[in-house]
Ligand binder design. Structure first.
Ligand code: HEM
Length: 357
């Protein structure tokens, strides 16, 4: 009996001490739904890609954990517009303004674009040009979540980079406004196959990061939104003395830099920053989901991971579509259409030479 008790104690004690180590291998893992994507895509071509990215991001976040929020939002803005094809990274060209120039993207962090380009250079040094910018963005978003205290999960890989960017109108149509109510958000995300649980879980991305005043001052001026907690509203008026103030404030007042479930606690206390957040706790289709995530962080993490993996596969290009960019900000000059034209030109020259003989 005494032996059995001490045996149990050993197991208990060792599980307490070993728990943090076991949790490392407990990453959520789901099979890809898009054919051509795979959890082991770079197994032979670039086996270290994920460890290179994680190591570098640990360094970046040590200096400024705020960058995690910028990278997470970048992946969302990439995937919702034209699919996860890194089109949001492309600079504008003679053909028109880029996605980056569209209003919702003007508040993406310039530093996030730099971080992605730096990561691409590091990966290129190790493996050559084999990993797409779209995959680097997806891995960086996952690491941002995980290194801020959120769940770890396996990212389906094998996305290719797009050759074009979307117009301003298409960008606007696909990124919902923060002043939208829950009905509008639910309808908009339903077109991408997200159900109310996905919508509430994805909105939980607002557990980290910042917002500029103009994104929410419609709730303060000229009249104060009655659904907003009074003290919270007064504090926001202090931060944003005018509707167009250039100041910023945190999205989650309880734990702004930690990826946790406190965002949902904010909503239950009427301290959500955007109408698109707060209305999730008013709408009968989403209210109970908000409560369930506020009281059960494990459930939130599980649903967040499922929704992120779904989001990360939206419109993914695979196989021979698109390209692997040499520079994430510009399309390659040696892509297939260029090659075809060179081949055709050479063929034409040869034919002309033959006909002259
Ligand atoms: C559901 C519709 C959504 C709307 C209307 C929305 C809107 C916004 C707005 C207006 C900002 C602040 C921009 C600024 O003024 O600087 C913001 C920030 C942010 N959003 Fe969303 N968002 C949505 C969904 C998401 C999703 C799905 C994610 C990720 C899973 C996400 C992650 C973030 C993050 C991390 C920030 C902070 C960025 C930073 O600190 O640089 N959002 N969002």
């Amino acid at each position: 009996m005494a032996k059995a008790t001490s045996f149990t104690a050993v197991i208990l004690i060792s599980s307490i001490f070993l728990a943090p180590y076991f949790s490392i291998s407990e990453a959520h893992s789901y099979a890809p739904i898009v054919s051509g994507l795979s959890l082991s895509f770079y197994k032979s071509s670039c086996p270290k890609v994920e460890s290179i990215i994680r190591k570098q991001l640990k360094k970046v976040f040590k200096d400024d954990i705020g960058q995690a929020a910028g990278l997470l939002r970048l992946h969302f803005h990439d995937c919702f517009v034209q699919g996860c094809d890194a089109s949001v990274l492309l600079d504008g060209s003679a053909s028109g303004p880029s996605e980056q120039d569209a209003p919702p993207n003007l508040t993406l962090r310039a530093k996030a674009f730099e971080i992605i380009n730096d990561l691409r250079d590091l990966v290129d040094e190790e493996c050559g040009r084999v990993v797409s910018c779209a995959d680097i963005v997806a891995i960086a978003a996952r690491d941002s979540v995980c290194l801020s205290g959120g769940p770890d999960y396996d990212v389906p890989l094998g996305r290719r980079d797009g050759l074009t960017f979307a117009t301003t109108n298409v960008t606007l149509e696909n990124l919902p406004s923060p002043s939208s109510d829950a009905s509008t958000i639910l309808a908009s995300l339903a077109t991408k196959n997200f159900d109310p649980t996905d919508v509430v879980a994805l909105s939980g991305g607002h557990t980290i990061g910042l917002s500029h005043c103009p994104s929410f001052t419609d709730r303060l001026y000229p009249t104060q939104d009655p659904t907003m907690d009074k003290t919270f509203a007064n504090n926001l008026k202090g931060i944003c003395p005018t509707a167009n103030s250039t100041n910023t404030t945190v999205l989650d007042i309880r734990s702004p830099d930690k990826f946790d479930n406190k965002y949902y606690v904010d909503l239950m206390n009427r301290q959500g920053l955007f109408t698109s957040d707060q209305d999730l706790y008013t709408d009968s289709r989403t209210k109970d989901i908000v409560t369930s995530f506020a009281i059960n962080e494990t459930l939130f993490f599980e649903k967040f991971v499922q929704a992120m993996i779904k989001m990360g596969q939206l419109g993914a290009l695979t196989g021979n579509s698109g390209e692997i960019r040499a520079n994430c900000s510009v399309r390659n000059t040696d892509n297939k259409s260029y090659l075809v034209s060179v081949v055709e030109e050479e063929q034409q020259e040869q034919e002309e030479a033959w006909s002259e003989l």
